[in-house]
Design a protein around this ligand. Structure first.
Ligand code: IPE
Ligand code: IPE
Ligand code: MG
Length: 239
């Protein structure tokens, strides 16, 4: 167990490396995604145990539609199966699920499953799990700007009133604190269109571990690395 001190309130994870994990064993990529669901379980458990209040998981990017249809379909199926199967356990753990991303491009079935898990877990108070599905930060920011422009045109907001808070409150993550820690597995050191606005002052933790090998111990390791960081927010350490 970690001390209560300096636990990141919000951890966001770019879950990467499923395909490579499977291929290294001569298996289909989807097998890696299936194993990745186990890692989601572990990460969630470790987040709750550590007292993290918000956990964001990047599950499917808008760019991921560009993968072969077979993989995209398998991922969507896996997503539906997982939310149905995990719902009772999530409720038991006090986890509230919220989806971030553009839903309209998903099938009716996927949309219905996502709406259902949000509803079933809506009273969870232990941890908010944000699932980023068909998410990309640039599309989020574009939608935000469109909505603010429409409000300005309608006269409900004056251009000079638009501040950073206005923008933050129009994002999918409205009312969610910015991530303190962003983790990416599989050795890639990039954001891949994830939380560009929200990550302004996040700490980054990159690990070579492939997502299907990520477990509670790896999560704790990321937290420990975070605890050694000095966050200055532009000021001096002793301020
Ligand atoms: C991450 O694993 C899961 C998704 C992007 C859906 P990948 O599928 O990207 O696995 P690699 O990076 O090809 O190994
Ligand atoms: C980022 O992983 C998206 C998710 C984890 C859902 P990718 O594997 O799609 O990212 P790139 O293509 O390597 O940047
Ligand atoms: Mg990848």
């Amino acid at each position: 167990m970690h001390s209560e001190r300096n636990i990141p309130r919000h951890v966001a994870i770019i879950m990467d490396g499923n395909g490579r994990w499977a291929q290294a064993q001569g298996k289909e990529r989807i097998y890696g995604h299936m194993q990745g669901v186990e890692s989601v379980r572990s990460a969630l458990k470790a987040a709750v145990r550590n007292g993290v209040r918000y956990l964001t998981l990047y599950a499917f990017s808008t760019e991921n539609w560009g993968r072969p249809a077979e993989e995209v379909n398998a991922l969507m199926e896996l997503l539906c199966d997982s939310v149905i199967r995990e719902s009772p356990e999530l409720q038991k753990q006090g986890v509230r699920v919220r989806i971030i991303g553009e839903r309209s491009r998903m099938s009716e079935k996927v949309q219905a499953h996502l709406a259902r898990i949000e509803k079933e877990t809506s009273t969870g108070e232990q941890l908010t799990l944000l699932l980023a599905i068909n998410y990309s930060s640039r599309s989020e920011l574009t939608a935000t700007m469109r909505r603010i422009a429409a409000e300005a045109k309608a006269g409900t907001i004056a251009p000079e009133e638009i501040g950073e808070q206005t923008i933050a409150q129009h994002l999918y993550t409205a009312d969610i604190p910015d991530p303190d820690l962003i983790v990416r597995t599989s050795g890639e050191c990039r954001l891949s269109n994830f939380l560009l606005w929200q990550a302004a002052y996040s700490e980054f933790y990159f690990t070579e571990v492939l997502w299907p090998d990520f477990n509670e111990e790896e999560f704790d390791r990321a937290i420990q690395a975070y605890q050694r960081r000095a966050r200055r927010f532009g000021k001096l350490s002793d301020q």
